[in-house]
Ligand binder design. Structure first.
Ligand code: ASP
Ligand code: MG
Length: 414
């Protein structure tokens, strides 16, 4: 391989390497990349649903398996996939060598099952590239300062790929998956959803934080911080997908780029909270101490010295949040706590709305015009989110996608 050829990181998700036939297809693509004059560095996820199977097995043998052993177990999924991919590449006549996270130089903290990357020292990967071999790296794994195997959490292979692309100075990082890119909305909900040619880091970050399942939010954050261009594309059709890059590189901005929805949250309301300093502080500190992940906080203007506070939490955190809220409510003399798990959130995202008035009005008119009641509203500079009834959220997505004509191509800020 030509030592001036660009390095490109290619990450293959679970469905891309689901069986041996898929693995041969991936190997074939990697070899084509080499023939094309690039130097690929491959990152793999575990095959198919193997991570889920391993997590289930752990729960079958132990009520609370130790984190260290969980990581040892789960990372075995990626290790199996990387060896098979490597064998398949070798079989096509291109030398290839596999590396665990530790061998690839991923140093992490010791937070088992959700470790953070502290440093990437990919000396062995560089040496392999220079020797003309294709490195294949196990995703979502590293080694802690106590020399234990660590797992970077669900979706961690995306983060491995982006971090490696940054450390190697790769030209770009390709994330191969089972969809052909980033869509204007979930194509399972709106069949006219359109694949975008490109989107900015900021927009994709808002999308992943508000219900878009892929790529993993942490990897997008990392890519934005370090300016690693991403290319999200299909390992089934191999066609061009969606490029993700800095907004500054865009000539023009879409007013609205995408509509996303999230059905994973419940609403908690504390009614009749005395309006004085320290109440919100006490409540949210207690929730934080209980590791409840709070989102979308709304407090009303107080009338007669009392106010209501509402917020959303992931369904999985509700059971922990309720007793905390009830305790705080009784301590401060609030009226009562109510919860509602029949909600969903719909969000409209677009970098151009920063400078273009009227987007919020269109969102609210569209929902109103279709008889959809808005229960909570929150915004960022480039996002408008509404909490609505869960059984109306898909309708809301459809109508908003239509209202902004997203199927037709982006409407640009003029
Ligand atoms: N295999 C792991 C998961 O399914 C890690 C990854 O692929 O990102 O979450
Ligand atoms: Mg995955």
């Amino acid at each position: 391989m030509d030592s001036s050829a660009p390095i490109v990181v290619q990450k293959f998700g679970g469905t891309s390497v689901a069986d041996t036939e898929r693995i041969r297809a991936v190997a074939d693509h990697v070899v084509r990349t080499v023939r094309h004059g690039e130097r690929p560095v491959v990152v793999v996820s575990a095959m198919g649903k193997e991570t889920d199977d391993l997590l289930r097995a752990a729960r079958d043998v132990a009520a609370s398996p130790p984190g260290r052993e969980m990581d040892m177990l789960v990372t075995a999924g990626e290790r199996k996939a990387m060896a098979l991919v490597c064998m398949a590449i070798n079989d096509l006549g291109v030398p290839s060598e596999s590396f665990t996270g530790s061998q690839a130089g991923f140093l992490t903290d010791g937070t088992h099952t959700d470790a953070r990357i502290l440093d990437v020292r990919p000396d062995r990967i560089r040496a392999a590239i220079e020797a003309g071999r294709v490195p294949v790296v196990g995703g979502a794994q590293g080694v802690s300062d106590t020399n234990d195997v660590t797992f970077l959490g669900r979706g961690g292979s995306d983060t491995t790929a982006v971090a490696l692309a940054h450390a190697l100075g790769a030209r770009s990082c390709e994330l191969y998956t089972d969809v052909s890119g980033v869509f204007t909305t979930d194509p399972r909900v709106v069949s006219e959803a359109r694949r975008m040619d490109r989107i900015s880091f900021d927009e994709l970050l808002e999308m992943t934080a508000n219900g878009c399942p892929k790529p993993a939010m942490r990897s997008v954050e990392f890519a934005r911080t370090h300016g690693v261009d991403l290319h999200i594309r299909s390992a089934f059709t191999w066609e061009q997908g969606t490029w993700v890059s800095k907004e500054e590189e865009f000539m023009e901005q879409a007013i609205v780029s995408a509509v996303v929805h999230d059905t994973d949250e419940a609403k908690v309301t504390i009614l009749g909270v005395p309006d004085r300093p320290g109440i919100a502080a006490g409540l949210f500190r207690s929730l934080a101490d209980a590791a409840v992940n709070v989102d979308m906080i709304v407090q009303n203007t107080s009338a007669d010295g009392h106010t209501d506070i509402s917020f959303t939490v992931p369904h999985g955190d509700l059971a922990v949040a309720i007793p905390v809220c009830e305790r705080v409510a009784s301590e401060v003399g609030a009226t009562r706590v109510t919860t509602d798990d029949g909600i969903a959130r719909v969000s409209v995202v677009g970098a151009g709305m920063r400078s273009h008035p009227g987007v919020a009005a269109t969102v609210f008119e569209t929902l109103a015009g279709n008889g959809i009641n808005i229960e909570m509203i929150s915004t960022s500079a480039i996002r408008i989110s509404c909490v609505v009834r869960q059984d109306q959220v898909e309708q809301a997505v459809q109508h908003l996608h239509d209202a902004f004509s997203l199927a037709d191509g982006p409407k640009l800020v003029d």
